[in-house]
Design a protein around this ligand. Sequence first.
Ligand code: PMP
Length: 466
Amino acid sequence: MTMSTVLAESPIAHEADKDYHFEDSPILARQKLQESNARSYPRRLPLALKRARGIHVEDVEGRTFIDCLAGAGTMALGHNHPVVIDAIRQVLDDELPLHTLDLSTPVKDRFVQDLFAALPASFATKAKIQFTGPTGTDAVEAALKLVRMATGRSTILAFHGGYHGMSQGALSLMGNLKAKTPLGAMVSQGVQFMPFPYDYRCPFGLGGVPGVEVNLRYLRNLLNDPESGVQAPAGVILEVVQGEGGVIPAADMWLRGVREITAKAGIPLIIDEIQTGFGRTGKLFAFEHAHIVPDVVVLSKAIGGSLPLAVMVYQDWLDTWQPGAHAGTFRGNQMAMAAGSAVIRYIEEHRLVEHATSMGQRLRTQLLDLQKRVPQLGDVRGRGLMLGVEIIDPHAAPDPLGHPAANTALASRIQRECLKRGLIIEVGGRHSSVVRFLPPLIITAEQIDEVARIFAKAVTGALTGA
Ligand code: PMP
């Protein structure tokens, strides 16, 4: 029996497995003992994984889970997709050098051609690409350097709730204070934060179109007021749908406004597509929803077909930096590029972008139905297959801004109840109160329904202990 048949046939337990104690595994015990205190996912998802195929993963105890975390949005085609495995195998069979710094190879050349063909022509015709160290964070670092060197300015505008990576440069752009505060003031130097159009908790107390209009007015004013206190920025960086910040989609109107304002002011607009890139939001690149042309796009996660790869693609007018301005040893992972090409081609040939839209809609409809019965599901939102549900306490006093109280404990219980029933979901957002769905784009309608069914039971379980 092949691995795929085994995994496909393994039943997902919809009922909570009361006798299952995740933390009992000796592997997890050793992990806890030996790995850093900074480890993160295993704390909430105490799993030792053995095999994976498609949307399923199996742990060492033989339990099967539907993986709606999917390597934090990395597995566009799910785990071990045959086209990805074939592409990797081909690299090995051809005895290609596995690692080439930034020297070129036919595999790399093809990846660049495939990526440029996938990007909108309005952006790709004058684009340049920089391969960076293989993390989203390093692509962001490269973007910071690029725009700072090209403009001769240093300030960067970033947004509340933004997440761009964990190095000290990328961290300086992060909204979440938890990782920054212990490092002191250094990590916030040169960064000015702006309100993001977070509709459910509108910073201006307005929401909708008025909230977006005021938001844009605030930005316009900041850039035009000679006494704003903020030096002319080298760049503006944003996510079209904030991921770690709590699945917060920016309105197209806002994106168009930001593009117009930054273009007029000659400020490069950096779009961080590290999580949204490659079809996740129902467009190949999320900025396409708003029909804007950014100056810089940073990409990672899905572009390596599950292997480490990151790039920055940018308009050639910014290409003023000098040879070696952003180097790094591991920029030539041939297997990741081959896998990335296979992913782009598969997404296009199988119309997975449209599929992500309809599957996202299917899941969203069921989440909205559940919301009608469960007032703790404060907001259901997202785009395509990047969805989140903000968990609130409708009985608690609102927060100081009059917004519903976040319900961190319930979000965490829901995640745990999902896990017990064979569903892996992520938790993020303000006060870790947003449960997040990032399933592989190949998920079927039946599997979406199963995810929704398990989630509904888990919510009941988390609320009632049933
Ligand atoms: N930007 C965004 C939008 C992300 O979601 C992430 C990772 N979650 C990063 C940057 C950082 O990427 P990496 O973890 O690969 O460094």
